[in-house]
Write a protein that binds this ligand. Structure first.
Ligand code: ADP
Ligand code: GLC
Length: 493
């Protein structure tokens, strides 16, 4: 067991490799670890899901019956811990809330008790900080699931000396998911009535858990500088642009990094063969392997194959891809889609797969291995997102020499240098429309046909690096602005 104190305690609903449904898990699998390697004493608290992948990191009980007091006075949680490369990860266990097949929802919709589940998580996590004597100086919450912890702490520290010195940071990974519930659930949460107002947790008469985080955290971060600006506008603010603008002096956009120990073609053990910018030959083999494995027509070896990996939802623009299929197929390109999400998009994908056998393959589901094989085995990566707080898949596609075709939003704007600019590593278009996507894919295919130009873009892509150390240093600045004595033990590397 790794002993406290931990200066920064992260509260998150997902952390790779234990749980993952998207980029938040990737970030939580590497940011705390990077900080701890830079001398920051860090811990992570997350739910103990039924489908936790503990694999090579055994999890053991460290505290039984930790009092939570929610929803009933005598409710408790068991706290488990794993050692993830020296980083302590604590798991909140209570079967009735977290031992389920999915994290948040099934195909039929959200779990009916999500509010109760995550109020419980926040209260149990704070109770664990206290009862395990974690020594937290800063509690750093991620997304709506942890937002309420910011509100509890803001009120508790007024009257309870244990919490008085604690400071808080709220990170927004996706403003579209806010966790909105009814007033009845607010009444049961244990927050004082004074929190129910426009500058607090109330949002058009609903109880908004992300807004709670935004309203009460000492500092707010989001995952790219462009998204930090965008969310202060009605177009991207999802109704919270007002409060975000009022809090802008305390808000900063810090670009995510990529974990190159997992996402580099030169050391990726999942691939058929490895490759790099200096010896790129292996990428052709990866492509041939993917084509064979998925049953794409063998002629696709000599044509560009497009890849798409992501949640099949409006955010990611899968509908825009589906809309241009007939025109896309006229370019004689292949298309591989990996994702799960809305049932109608899944069904549409299955049906076009029938129509264009050998040219389109859709893999419905969530498979980590397949995502690596597609990053390596395709030529062009499609990311026509309507909004993108940061986006990690385009960072991975750059690393794998698969230049992205993406919209000019959020983190995509901050990570892609568009062709024909000097140093171009991908292609950007302004509006998420079928016409713009099609025109930009056409452009990319033309450049792909000119082998030398394409090679240059690929090399630029593979050399583009998003270092977590750079991002971690910016988080350290945020922490130091809240407790300036903290930085004395940090290695400034
Ligand atoms: P978001 O968090 O909005 O889904 P990101 O680009 O930040 O988008 O991160 C998505 C992460 O989830 C990446 O690691 C990506 O590889 C992974 N991912 C998304 N869909 C799938 C899928 N169907 N199978 C495997 N991995 C997936
Ligand atoms: C969210 C965003 C994505 C971001 C990820 C990690 O899921 O949709 O853009 O990369 O969080 O911060």
């Amino acid at each position: 067991m790794i002993a406290p104190p931990h200066d920064i305690v992260f509260l998150t609903s997902e952390v790779y490799p234990f749980s993952k449904s998207g980029g938040l898990a990737d970030v939580m699998g590497i940011l705390p670890l990077t900080l701890s390697r830079m001398g920051v004493r860090v811990a992570v608290i997350t739910p103990f899901y039924g489908r936790l992948s503990t694999g090579q990191y055994p999890v053991h009980l460290v505290h039984e019956n930790c009092p939570v007091g929610y929803p009933w006075a005598d409710t408790t949680a068991d706290i488990y811990q794993a050692d993830y490369h020296g980083l302590p990860v604590y798991f909140i266990e209570r079967g009735e809330y977290f031992d389920r097949r999915h994290y948040y929802c099934t195909h039929k919709g959200d779990y009916f008790d999500n509010c109760e589940r995550f109020i419980f998580f926040c209260r149990a996590a704070l109770s664990a900080i206290r009862h395990l004597k974690m020594g937290a100086r800063i509690v750093h919450a991620q997304d709506w699931h942890a937002g309420l912890a910011m509100a509890f702490l803001a009120f508790w520290r007024r009257s309870d000396p244990f919490w008085a010195g604690i400071r808080t940071v709220m990170s927004i990974h996706n403003l579209a998911f806010q966790g909105r519930f009814s007033y009845r659930l607010f009444e049961q949460s244990g927050l004082p009535l004074e929190a129910w107002n426009m500058e607090g947790v109330e949002f058009y008469n609903s109880f908004n858990l992300l807004k709670a985080g935004i309203a009460y955290a000492d500092k707010i971060t989001t995952v790219s500088p462009s998204y930090a600006r965008e969310i202060m506008t009605p177009e991207f603010g999802c109704g919270l642009e007002g409060i975000l603008t009022r809090r802008s002096a305390d808000m900063v956009g810090i670009l995510n990094g990529a974990d190159y120990s997992i996402w580099s073609p030169e050391n990726d053990q999942i691939l058929e063969c490895t490759y790099s910018a200096v010896s790129p030959e292996g990428k052709e083999d990866c492509k041939a392997h993917l084509i064979g494995m998925l049953g794409l027509s063998p002629r696709m070896v000599n044509r560009p194959v497009l890849g798409f990996i992501g949640r099949l939802r409006g955010q990611k623009g899968i509908d825009i891809v589906l809309e241009i299929i007939p025109e896309l197929m006229k370019l004689d390109v292949g298309l591989v889609v990996l994702g799960e999400g809305r049932a109608d998009y899944e069904a549409q994908l299955m049906s076009i797969m029938e129509d264009y056998r050998g040219q389109i393959v859709g893999v419905i589901g969530y498979t980590e291995e397949m995502s690596h094989l597609i990053q390596a085995g395709t030529d062009i990566f499609l990311m026509p997102s309507r909004y993108e707080p940061c986006g990690l898949t385009q960072m991975y596609s750059l690393s794998y020499g698969t230049p992205p075709v993406a919209t000019a939003v959020g983190g995509l704007r901050d990570t892609i240098t568009p062709y024909p600019r000097t140093g171009a590593n991908g292609f950007i278009f302004a509006d998420p429309t079928p016409e713009a996507l099609l025109a930009t894919v056409r452009k990319a295919v033309r450049v792909w046909e000119d082998r030398d130009s394409w090679r240059q873009i690929q090399v630029n892509a593979m050399r583009t690096r998003f270092s977590w150390e750079t991002s971690a240093r910016q988080y350290m600045e945020v922490y130091a602005s809240l407790h300036n004595d903290l930085s004395s033990s940090w290695r400034n590397i």
